[in-house]
Design a protein. Structure first.
Length: 252
């Protein structure tokens, strides 16, 4: 996994859920936070979300900017603008947007988690972990496994491999079918030479319905180490056929 990018991708993976929970998931409100459903920015936020899901980022950016212009106090507006800028690769403006969302709704765990993930990606590990831990401290937060995954990723970036694995295990305790944690733990087991455990984790991963080039390559390597050459070749062929342009094909 490209750990330079993984944390923020995880943080933004449940975009619709995060936006629907924004401003209400934590159960707290600050006096300068506009309640969801009462801001003129909300319509533009919803439109921007739809355009992001369609991959129409330029249009999404326009709607996100309209959201902020319609109500500069809206944390949701700054959050969606940050997401669009991140998708466009403008990390400086994305940081400003996430920081703006947290400033306006400091107790919203979605915002703290996303902001923390970006700080980690920028090498500010302690500051990033502080934000993620703030999100995890909210007992009503529904994205805890995502935040734990981000905390693990941040720990790995900081060279704390023990914390990385601990956070992954905690994520699976919350959600035994959380695919990103299953894949990362399978990688760790493979690196340790514990191929049976790696296979068990990949079997669980396959049941989630998630397939990526990285996962297919890892599964093939595990089966080769266990002597299951026919299954390994089947997985390798699946990788070549499904993802012929992926860098993982070169590694076969």
């Amino acid at each position: 996994m490209n750990h330079r990018r993984s944390a923020l991708i995880v943080a933004l993976g449940s975009l619709t859920l995060a936006l629907s929970l924004a401003g209400c998931a934590s159960g707290f409100k600050k006096s300068n936070e506009v309640p969801e459903g009462e801001s003129p920015a909300d319509l533009y936020v919803d439109l921007a979300t739809e355009y992001i899901q369609r991959g129409q980022l330029d249009t999404a950016l326009g709607r996100a900017k309209q959201a902020v212009a319609a109500d500069p106090r809206s944390a949701r507006a700054h959050y969606i603008l940050a997401i669009v800028y991140e998708r466009l690769g403008d990390r400086e403006r994305a940081q400003q947007g996430f920081a703006g969302a947290v400033k306006r709704a400091p107790r919203n765990p979605d915002y703290r988690n996303a902001w923390g993930a970006m700080l980690c990606a920028e090498g500010r590990h302690d500051a990033g972990l502080h934000e993620i831990q703030a999100a995890l401290a909210d007992p009503l937060y529904q994205g805890r496994e995502v935040a734990l995954m981000n905390a693990g990723d941040c720990s790995l970036r900081a060279g704390r491999r023990g914390d990385f694995e601990r956070y992954l295990q905690q994520a699976l305790e919350l959600n035994p079918n959380f695919a990103p944690a299953l894949l990362e733990l399978a990688k760790l087991a493979y690196q340790r030479g514990d191929y049976q455990s790696a296979r068990s984790l990949m079997t669980r991963y396959s049941r989630t319905g998630t397939t990526t080039p990285e996962a297919l390559l890892l599964a093939a390597r595990i089966e080769r180490q266990l002597g299951n050459l026919k299954l390994a070749r089947t997985l390798e062929n699946a990788l070549r056929n499904r993802y012929p342009q992926s860098p993982e094909v070169i590694e076969l």
